[in-house]
Design a protein around this ligand. Structure first.
Ligand code: F6P
Length: 552
């Protein structure tokens, strides 16, 4: 067993677990009338009710002891001090500097990064304002009407999610996102656009990502098919990257490159110039409000005591479920249509960060790490997968999120939305006992064997935990805070699990195999032997690629 699972704090939680495993949330609430007050917290614009979790004061004390044992306060300080916490790539993870508004320096590896951060922010402001007021003109002298942001993973999910979330504020150019190498993604987007009024942002930290570069080249071909002259590319293509050489090899004017740095991880990069499409869609002021919201959470995370620290509490409660209750998934359920892409973004933040099986020193772990993060907006999910949440066999802790007021009010819609938002966690908590279900069925007039047959289907075990996050409205400031909350929650868990949250070597193997395999789809011999399944599938594809009728 590892030193973590043998450690006193872990062992204390393991001993404590059976007392909680056998208690129903109904009883925890009955025993403590102050439970809501005791287990709720405000951080910046976010209000968290964590009382519907299967915890007591003692659980929290033990979880906090686990955090102290892992020296979480020290780890937070190392993170904010710009130390090379990404130990396999020898890099800092200083995305908090991107949203640091004040005059204070922030150093990555001993060097103040704030002057560069401010320089790029100023560049973003000049450029986005010029495009938005029509002063940035295309090769025919017309202003831009559409922006196509090409990127993938961290260079797509964050800005796409935020732009969608703030679409009530989109008041200038239309912004589109293309990520998939499936030509249908780019093809469908370009179908509706006019090259002379379209601006492309090529967003790639490395500027080597296959999907992004192929989409970028195809976009350039589409543009040049009409514009004819490569000199016109400068007015229509800008890049966001850390790789200036590759950007200029692609043919983008270095003047039109927005830089970021190796201390910004891809999935933490929406705060950098990767967020340019956000600034183009909603304006630089709102982009800066987004940064300010995230900064408010940074301050809360760095300076609040562990027991009143929202990312810490959420992270530890998650650990409690994964490592002691055996939860393998965690549901995110935002009741806000603007947050339709929120789960995908947080899925990358959490699963690419903590989906690891070795410690920072490379030792295999003997405990579970990141659960599968999944979910989607309510109320839609209620008519799809909520059945499993209420009566299924997996244990699925959930986070419910909602604004108190809508940004797009329409009749009674928001109150109906909120009634569902409040009812679902209550149903998960309470469940319905056999006696309650029987009484209900009797009231409908059902009796005898018909009643007995239906009865088990009408019972709900309840005792299914959730956390509830509320905020006044999904404005840029609040959204920034919300995203930062989940970033820091992810970091907290990585510290407890002793894993490096900032590398992603697991994505490399498949990429390398795809590169090797590509020539085979044009009939070239394999560069290495395949297993029989892959070899058979390659044959299946190539035979049909060569003969479109599908006859082999
Ligand atoms: O394949 C994973 C990944 O490396 C992510 O971590 C990253 O966000 C994404 O690809 C895109 O990378 P890039 O910005 O370098 O194109």
């Amino acid at each position: 067993m590892s030193t973590l699972t043998l450690s006193p704090a872990w062992q204390a939680l393991a001993h404590h677990y059976p007392t909680l495993a056998s208690r129903h949330l109904r009883d925890l609430f009955a025993d403590d009338p102050d439970r809501f007050k005791r287990f709720s917290l405000q951080a910046g614009p976010l209000f968290l009710d964590y009382s519907k979790n299967r915890i007591t004061e003692e659980t929290l004390t033990l979880l906090l002891a686990l955090a102290r044992q892992a020296d979480l306060p020290g780890a937070i300080e190392h993170l904010f001090a710009g130390e090379k916490v990404n130990v396999t790539e020898h890099r800092a993870a200083l995305h908090m500097a991107l949203r640091n508004p004040g005059p204070d320096p922030m150093a990555a590896d001993g060097r103040d990064v704030m002057p560069e951060v401010r320089r790029v922010l100023a560049h973003m402001r000049r450029f986005s304002e010029a495009v938005r007021r029509g002063a940035w003109q295309g090769y025919t002298g017309l202003p831009m009407t559409d922006v196509v942001h090409i990127g993938i993973g961290g260079s797509d999910l964050g800005p796409a999610m935020v732009t969608r979330a703030l679409d009530a504020d989109c008041d200038s150019v239309r912004v589109h996102f293309v990520s998939n190498v499936d030509g249908a993604d780019l093809g469908r987007t370009l179908q509706r656009l006019r090259p002379e009024q379209t601006l492309f942002i090529i967003a790639s930290k490395t500027f080597t990502t296959q999907e992004t570069l192929l989409n970028a080249h195809s976009a350039r071909d589409w543009f040049l098919a009409q514009a004819r002259d490569t000199a016109h590319v400068a007015r229509h293509f800008v890049a966001v990257s850390t790789n200036a050489d590759a950007v200029s090899r692609f043919g983008i004017d270095p003047e039109n490159m927005f830089e970021f740095w190796d201390w910004v991880g891809g999935r933490y990069s929406l705060w950098s110039a990767i967020g340019l499409p956000i600034a183009l869609a909603v304006g630089m002021e709102r982009f800066e409000a987004l940064l300010a919201g995230a900064h408010a959470l940074d301050l809360h995370f760095r300076h609040s005591p562990l027991e009143r620290n929202m990312p810490v509490l959420l992270g530890l409660i998650g650990i409690w479920y994964v490592n002691f209750f055996g939860a393998q998934t965690h549901a995110l359920l935002p009741y806000d249509q603007g947050l339709v892409h929120f789960v995908s973004h947080i899925q990358q933040v959490a699963m690419e960060s903590n989906g690891k099986g070795v410690t920072r020193r490379g030792e295999p772990v003997d405990y579970a790490t990141c659960p599968v993060i999944w979910g989607g907006p309510g109320t839609n999910g209620q008519h799809a997968y909520f059945q499993l949440l209420h009566q299924g066999t997996p244990f699925v802790p959930a986070d419910f999120l909602a604004p108190i007021t809508s940004r797009m009010p329409l009749g009674d819609h928001h109150r109906v939305l909120l009634s569902n938002f409040l009812a679902q966690p209550e149903a998960l908590l309470q469940g319905k006992t056999t006696a309650e279900a029987r009484a209900e069925l009797l009231q409908t007039g059902l009796q005898g064997s018909a009643l007995e047959q239906l009865l088990p289907h009408k019972c709900f075990p309840g005792n299914r935990p959730s956390s509830t996050l509320m905020f006044q409205q999904l404005d840029p400031h609040t959204l920034g805070a919300l995203i930062a909350l989940y970033e820091h929650r992810t970091f907290v868990q990585s510290v407890i699990w002793d894993i490096n949250a900032f590398d992603q070597w697991g994505v490399e193997l498949g990429k390398a195999l795809a590169r090797n395999l590509l020539p085979e789809l044009s009939g070239q011999p394999p560069q290495h032997p395949h297993d029989a399944s892959t070899a058979g599938l390659i044959r299946h594809v190539t035979e049909r690629l060569q003969s479109p009728e599908g006859s082999s």
